[in-house]
Ligand binder design. Sequence first.
Ligand code: HEM
Length: 530
Amino acid sequence: VIDSAITTTIEQVTAWLEENRDNNLPAIAASAIAVVVVAVFFSLFSSPRSTAKNQPPMVKYTIPFLGNTIEYGIDPVKFLQKCQKTYGDCFTFLMLGRHMTVTLGADGNHFLFNVKLKDASAEGAYETLTVPVFGKEVVYDVPNALFMEQKKFVKDALSTAAFKTYVPIITAEVKDYMDSVFKNVPAGKEIEMETFEAMSQLTIRTASHCLMGKEIRDGFLTKLYHDLDAGFAPINVFFKWLPLPAFFARDRANKEMTDLFKSIIKKRKAENDTETLDVLNGLMKAEYKDGSRPSDDAIAHLMIALLLGGQHTSSTTSSWMLFELARRPDVIADLLKEQSMVLTGKPDTPAHLLPDLTYETLRQLSLMDCVMKETLRLHAPIHTIMRLVENDVEFKGMTIPKGNFVCAAPQVSHLTESKFPEPYKFDPLRHMGSDEGSGEWTINGVDIAQKSARSLFLPFGAGRHRCIGEAFAFIQNKTIIALFIREYAHRLGTDPKTGKQWFPEPDYTSLITIPKVPRKLLVKKKEVAA
Ligand code: HEM
C-alpha cells in the first residue's frame, strides 16, 4: 500500500511538473520536491508489505507511513473495538510504517501468548526499548531460554517466606509516607492529593524496600529512576538511534544504578548476609542449569528490570483502585467490614483499633482481591502486547507475514459484553469465587506458563512471558489500599469547567495506561472519636 502510494505520488508530481514546465515557478517546484522527499522518507522507514497470500484485512488509512497511528495513539481501545466491528477478530493496521496485526478474542489471546518462539518473539518487539534501559545480559538481551531461567530465579525468590516479611515492611512504608503527606494537616481537613504521584511514591518505596533491599530504599536515587524511566519512551520501539538528550540521561542513569547495585552486592558478600529475603539475595544465590552464576552486572540489570516492570503497572493499579472506590462508598464500607471480620471476628471494630495486617490475614481479604481484579479488568495497565513475527504464521486460516508485529489487546477482551455483562460497570463481585486470571502457575522445568491463555481476562498476560510480579503486586496494592481506607476518607474532586465530579480518562501516551491529569482526589484523615 505504501509503495503504491509513493509510486502514485511521484508519478503525479512528475506529470504535474511536466505540465507546468513553462511556468517555471520556483515555489511550486520546491513544494513538489518536498513531496518527493517526504515520499522517499516514508519509503525508507516503512516496512514493505509482504506479498504473502490470504493476509488479514488491512484497516483503511489515508496518509502513508502514518497510517492509523494517530487514531490508535489517542485511544487504542476504542480504535481496536471499532476495527473489530468492521473487520472481525483479526486485522492489520499501519503504525509509523509498521504493519501491526491484531488477534482479538479468547482465541486471539491464546494465539499470541502461546505463539512458538521460532514464529514470533517478544525480544524482536521490545529489545530496542528495553535493553538500553535494563542493560545487557538479561531479559530480551539474552536467548529466551536463559531469560526463562532468570524469571525462575525471581519467582523462587518471591516465596511465601519472603512475602511474610514484606507485609510489615509495606505497612511501615505506607504509614511513614502518608504521615509525611498529612504532617501539618489536622484530622478532618481535606486536601487535594495528586493520586498517581502519591501512589508512585508508595510503589517505589515499598517495592525497592521489599525486593531490592533496605540499602537501595535508603539510598534510592529518585533522579536515577526518573532518567531511566524517561528512556522508556514508546518511540524507542521504532527508533533507538535518535540522539535524544533523554537517551543520554538514560544511559548515564543505567550505569550509576548498576554501580549502586554492584556496591551493595559487594558489601553483602563481604558481610555474608544470607538472612534477608529480598530478591537481590535470591539472585546472588542463583545458579543457571549449566552451573554458572549470573554476573554482578546481570544481577544489577535484572533488579533494574524488576523495578521498571513493576513501577507504573502497580502505581497505576492502586491509583485506579482509589478512583473507582471514590464513587463507591458502599464498597469501601464492605471492605472495612471485611477487614474487621478477618482481623477481629466482628464486623464493626473501628478501623483505628484493627490490628496490623499479616500475609495470612491479607490473603483472606477476598473482596479486596475482587476490587483489584475488577480495577485491572477496567484499567489493564498494559493494553496492547506485541511480538515481532519471525516466520509467516497462520491464525484462523490467515497468514500473518514475517516482519509484521502481532498484537493482543487484553483491555479489549476485558470489555467483552458476553463474558462481562454491563462491561463498563465497576462490579467487584463478578470475580467472587473465580480464580480466573489469578495466576494458576505451571512451572515446567524452567518454563513458566499459565495453564491456558484462551481467556478473556488476562491482565498479567500468559505463556512464557507471563508476569512474575503478580503475587507481589497483589500483596503490595492490597496492603496499600487496606491501610489507606482505614485512616483516610477520599472522594472525587470537581471539574472546574463543568462543575461535575471528576473521574480521570485513561492516558495512553506512555506504554502503561495511567490516569490522565488532573488526577486529584480530595482526601482527609479520619477523625477518631475520643
Ligand atoms: C510480564 C502485567 C506487576 C515483572 C507482564 C505481562 C503483563 C504484566 C501483561 C506480560 C507481558 C508480555 O507478554 O509481553 C503486570 C501488571 C502488574 C505487574 C498488570 C501490576 C498490577 C509486575 C511487578 C513486577 C513485574 C510488580 C516485578 C516485581 C514482570 C516481568 C515480566 C512481566 C519480569 C516478564 C516479561 C517477559 O517474560 O517478557 N506483566 N505486571 N510485573 N512482569 Fe508484570
